[in-house]
Design a protein around this ligand. Sequence first.
Ligand code: FMN
Ligand code: SF4
Length: 450
Amino acid sequence: MDNDVIFQPLQFRNLTVKNRLFRSNISGRFDNYDGSGTQTRINWEESFARGGVGAIISSFVPVHLRGRIMPNYAMIDSDDKVPFWRALGDAVHRHDCKYILQLSHSGRQRDNPGVENFRQKGLSSTSRMDTFHGLLCEAMTLQQIKETIQYFADGARRAREAGLDGVELHASHGYLITQFLSSAINDRTDQYGGNLQNRAAFLLEIIRAIRKEVGADYHLQAKLNAVDFSNALYPWEKKGNTLAEGIQVAKWAEEAGVDAIHVSIGSIFPHPLLPPGGFPPDELNWWYGTMISSGVLGYFNYTMFHFRLLRPIFTFFWARTKKDHPIEAVSSQYCREVKKNVSVPVINTGGYQDGSVIRRVISEGYTDAVSIARPLVANRDLPQILQSGKDLPDKPCSFCNRCLVNAVANPLGCYDVRRFDGDHDRMVAKIMEVFHPSQFSTAAPGSQLM
Ligand SMILES: Cc1cc2nc3c(=O)[nH]c(=O)nc-3n(C[C@H](O)[C@H](O)[C@H](O)COP(=O)(O)O)c2cc1C
Ligand code: SF4
């Protein structure tokens, strides 16, 4: 399949990627509590590079401790983290794969604040509690906004020093930058609130600060919501940004200096539409308690998940929005509209696995590339399978979202036991391989340093 659109290189202003398959961001608690990285993280990332994706977009990498979603995530908040990221980049590069680091700040959306942030409110555009998990927050002062912009710029400089191929701004899924962008969340009355231009100011100042720090020739992309769908869960929530607003933000981001837009949807995480698919109440009952015990006030949700009789109420609200959207290529229609309005390449996330669907969205102009998270967790060799001419692996990802729900407490991996013929031990053994480089990975450089 020499002319397969999936395997044509993609040229950005400052970066060339060998094919159109990007590993999408997928967080897991693989690192040390203090935010230093581990060999396990390197094993994890290298396994996707070996599987054949053209580029990996990292998991959520906090630019500051206060913006961490949970402990055990490698951070980029200080210069002493650079050697770890260099070792990780070297391991990925050995497989002709690029590595783009996602610069992130949780704002109020912290699933597990950890001891350092315990009983400390998250920073946000607002002081209003988030209505999904019950996360407390306080509106940032102008001084805190200024400092946080510089944290992002410093993170980008460190990624460049580490020899990584680019950075992505996490400006989607309800994290800090979305909390400024979204009309459903931002209730400020100063220059960072009110009309769309003011709400976008935080994002655009970060982009300019990064350009000032890393120059014009370093790859910078933004993961943006094309549409917020904030009212998706409970009817009393505000609607959030429309598609027209999402497109306008993408245009401004391009003007300010981004080289690509990674198009997503949904102003909370998880959202009924993203990651699309199931939301298993049994696993929620087992693992949501981890958040409660770490200080998150999610008692309402936990009660819903815990008592079987209440589960249908939650499921009703959760499923309301989903009915109009397929799982596969869930946000492609919105991505196409963004693509029509920007000249930089776009990457689309959400429900990509089937080769025929990926070929169609690229060749029909919906997107230039796709990013894939869960189907690659299930089958690292998906790129090789597609290249061999098959459209699906023998045991495809079922989009059940058990990996997602487990990730707050357990090692990241595929938790759909049906894919292991019902054999729980075999499933766990597969998940635990990431801790054993001899089974999972070739030796990675610098491991003794971590
Ligand atoms: C366990 C898990 C962790 C995720 N972590 C992140 C993250 O750190 N940053 C991010 O932007 N998206 C994150 N996502 C969203 C994915 O990058 C992706 O956009 C979404 O899952 C849809 O793609 P998929 O259908 O290929 O899984 C995560 C998704 C899952 C399932
Ligand atoms: S648990 Fe496995 S099958 Fe289910 S969504 Fe995650 S990777 Fe896919």
